[in-house]
Design a protein around this ligand. Structure first.
Ligand code: SF4
Length: 99
């Protein structure tokens, strides 16, 4: 799958959202409150849906590009995305420097 986020910072989300596995699940599942207790089970359930989703890569890329701070996106929690986003931003800077 190619990058959806383009040089003009336009976002074409028509494609990946149409394939989202979470379209048929309660949205609350993807926005647990906290990271312990019941939230842990909720996060794991949400990740199981993500891991079956055809749009997982595009969803994660969207979440990184738009800095989604809450919830499970693309099979990652907010803490996991915070770490990934640093790597993602560094990769974008390197790509822009070579273009
Ligand atoms: S990866 Fe997860 S949050 Fe993203 S569209 Fe798929 S099911 Fe929804």
């Amino acid at each position: 799958m190619s990058l959806i986020w383009n040089r003009n910072h336009a976002w074409d989300d028509a494609d990946w959202r149409a394939n989202a596995a979470c379209r048929e699940t309660p949205p609350d599942l993807f926005f647990p409150v906290g990271t312990t207790g019941n939230a842990t089970d909720q996060i794991e359930s949400a990740k199981r849906v993500c891991n079956q989703c055809d749009a997982q890569k595009a969803c994660l890329e969207f979440a990184l590009a738009t800095n989604q701070e809450s919830g499970v996106w693309g099979g990652t929690t907010e803490d996991e995305r915070r770490k990934l986003r640093k790597q993602w931003l560094a990769a974008r800077r390197r790509a822009n420097a070579t273009n």
